[in-house]
Write a protein of this length. Structure first.
Length: 135
């Protein structure tokens, strides 16, 4: 009985630690993503709405070149038991959707890696150039 209780307690502690780490990672990614969108699309003001606190955000922004609507959803890094399902079967990565001047931008990738962050920056730069926005 004590072994079963110990296994249950250790499993719970691992899930709690994973939740806290996942929340920290997703919030840092949300800040970084919003900063990059504002930087490349020259956003002057806007409002962000959190989705679940850690799953992503929706932004209604107004920049120098018109309104920008963005929806960012992250992998559930805070849910260790569901993360493998989301990573390999359903969403496969963080998703960023941006609509500006009637053009759509979709990026799917894992933003926690530096390589994917650079790929996102390059794709966003290309999108901004297509809008005739000097970067």
């Amino acid at each position: 009985m004590t072994l079963l209780w110990t296994i249950f307690l250790l499993g719970s502690l691992i899930l709690i630690a994973g939740y806290l780490q996942g929340v920290r990672i997703n919030r840092a990614l949300a800040w970084w993503t919003a900063h990059e969108i504002e930087r490349f699309l020259r956003v002057e003001e806007g409002t962000y709405t959190w989705m679940g606190g850690v799953m992503g955000f929706e932004g209604h922004l107004r920049g120098k070149y018109g309104p920008v609507h963005t929806v960012v959803t992250f992998l559930p890094r805070h849910a260790l038991l569901y993360y493998p399902v989301a990573r390999f079967l359903t969403s496969r990565g963080d998703r960023i959707r941006i609509r500006c001047r009637g053009k759509d931008f979709l990026f799917v990738g894992r933003l926690h890696s530096e390589k994917e962050r650079r790929r996102f920056q390059e794709a966003l730069k290309t999108f901004a150039e297509g809008l005739d926005i000097p970067t």
